[in-house]
Design a protein around this ligand. Structure first.
Ligand SMILES: [Zn+2]
Ligand SMILES: [Zn+2]
Length: 512
């Protein structure tokens, strides 16, 4: 396919321009109910939109990127990873924005979850305009739309019933709910509607009232209708949705699209896109799914630099499932990125798609190739130097160093970890045979005598082996045992140079 050469975000941008026509401004939307931790799977939606927004802007288009916090939705279920489960259970049925922050640091439960994401997005250069739906509803901004929906409830019922085999919507069904003025829950029933702005209701708590929803923002459209209503009012051109919303029969995005077309036939429903799940790899016992613990963008940023996080998503088509790795693959992913960067700056034959993956990954495209230290090498350096500033003063290099240190401490396989000996213990000395001790003595003498770079030192190892008639395998094993007490370690020549000649010489003196 010829399209394979063009990045998916650019293809989508072209599609949006073509199908939605010429506009002064295009609107791209994303959103979520802050009812639980916003995890990396949810982030996939945000970055999918961001990549399309950037693709549109690169084509010279003006774009409004909105992110809806659906914080006027009811609190349905207590997520397993939240503290104070019993306390939270008491708030089921009230808006998430009125549920208390169980961490005790924000105005509300919703506010806590919202801020957690809002504060982490700028790091990956994502800056949407946030819309807080509780504010919109409470300020009665949707009164007209609510009236329109209530008057068209039969059309909506028809769409929703189409996907139901047995239990059709009951006769007294309404596409909206009311939050009780007394107990705040939506355990209410609409009793009467005057086809204008007056609704009467009663609540399970015993309270009943008649209200004018131009004056009291307590009526909330049910979410299958709320979604197309807002897309209509916000003039959304593009909004993706997770694959669970497309499930048959009657996935919420399917009914939302149909509802949009029936209610707002002035335009076709916004262009949509189904994105797949993100799975996690290599988190082992750190995260227990039975506890409902989840990985957030911040957790990813502990291990991956921002451009690498973007690279993971920019380099994968949204409709394919992919894994974010915390195991050994982390090293490979950094190497893939560095290779792409090298190609971008130094290979004229780089293909268009790769070029775009790089551009869309970068927080800022530098005029000159940024200085980098490979991640594998970095994992060694961060274990040699306590103070990372000794590795470099460059901000981006230090950022990578911190990621490497976090990875070593939290996720790296044992074989990657080491601690350099201060002294060689008696136990280790017992493990070294005569040939190994002789070769280490020779290594020490050579190090004292000459200056080396990595290559010349590496060549020297083979001279040592010849002279002391030791096998290469035994020599390297002896050296690692002396330095770190393990049989394997980082590439020896660069390892010795990174530790520093003096320290190695001092240590090897003891190998006798
Ligand atoms: Zn908080
Ligand atoms: Zn009530």
């Amino acid at each position: 396919m010829a399209d394979e050469k063009i990045h998916w975000a650019d293809l989508l941008a072209d599609k949006i321009i073509k199908e939605r026509g010429k506009k002064d401004q295009y609107v791209c939307a994303s959103g979520i109910t802050p009812s639980g931790t916003v995890h990396i799977g949810n982030f996939r939606e945000i970055i999918t939109v961001d990549l399309v927004v950037k693709a549109l802007r690169d084509k010279g288009k003006k774009v409004r990127f909105i992110y809806s916090w659906d914080d006027y939705d009811r609190f349905r279920k207590v997520p397993k990873n939240m503290p104070k489960q019993d306390l939270l259970k008491k708030y089921i049925g009230i808006p998430v924005v009125d549920t208390p922050d169980v961490f005790g640091c924000h105005k509300s439960y919703a506010d806590h979850l919202e801020k957690e994401l809002e504060e982490s997005l700028p790091a990956v250069n994502i800056k949407p305009e946030f819309i807080y739906q509780h504010k919109m509803y409470r300020a009665c901004k949707y009164a007209k739309e609510i009236k329109y929906v209530l008057n068209n409830k039969e059309k909506i019922r028809e769409i929703l019933n189409k996907y139901k085999d047995k239990e059709l919507l009951p006769g007294d069904w309404w596409p909206a709910g009311i939050y009780c003025e007394k107990c705040k829950t939506d355990n209410t029933k609409i009793l009467d509607y005057d086809n204008e702005y007056k609704l009467s209701y009663e609540c399970d708590c015993g309270f009943s009232n008649e209200i004018d929803f131009r004056k009291k923002g307590i009526v909330k459209l049910s979410w299958r209708v709320d979604w197309p209503m807002r897309q209509h009012i916000e003039k959304v051109d593009f909004e993706p949705a997770g694959k669970e919303h497309y499930q048959h029969p009657g996935g919420s995005r399917i009914t939302s699209n149909e509802t949009y077309a029936v209610l707002y036939n002035d335009m076709k429903h916004p262009i949509d896109l189904k994105y797949d799940f993100v799975i996690l790899k290599g988190i082992g016992g750190k995260i227990s799914s039975s506890l409902g613990n989840v990985i957030t963008l911040n957790d990813c940023l502990e291990v991956y630099q921002p451009e690498i996080v973007r690279f993971l998503f920019a380099g994968t088509r949204p409709n394919t499932e992919f894994a974010i790795s915390f195991d050994l693959d982390v090293v490979k992913i950094y190497e893939d990125f560095d290779r792409l960067e090298e190609k971008y700056y130094n290979d004229d034959k780089i293909d268009e798609r790769d070029k775009r993956i790089y551009e869309l990954s970068c927080i800022k495209i530098e005029s000159k190739k940024p200085e980098r230290i490979g991640f594998r090498h970095m994992t060694m350096l961060v274990q040699i130097y306590d103070d990372l500033k000794k590795i470099s003063k460059d901000k981006k290099i230090l950022e990578r160093a911190q990621c490497a240190r976090n990875w070593i401490e939290k996720y790296a396989p044992e074989e990657f970890k080491f601690k350099i000996h201060e002294k060689i213990s008696k136990e280790i000395l017992k493990l070294l045979d005569k040939k190994q001790k002789d070769s280490l003595k020779l290594l020490k003498e050579i190090l004292e005598k000459k200056r080396f770079d990595e290559k010349s030192l590496f060549n020297e190892f083979y001279e040592i082996c010849k002279t002391t008639e030791i096998s290469n395998v035994d020599f390297f094993r002896g050296a690692y045992l002396a330095l770190i007490g393990k049989e394997k370690g980082p590439r020896l020549a660069s390892f010795i140079l990174a530790i520093g000649k003096e320290k190695v010489v001092k240590l090897l003196k003891e190998a006798k």
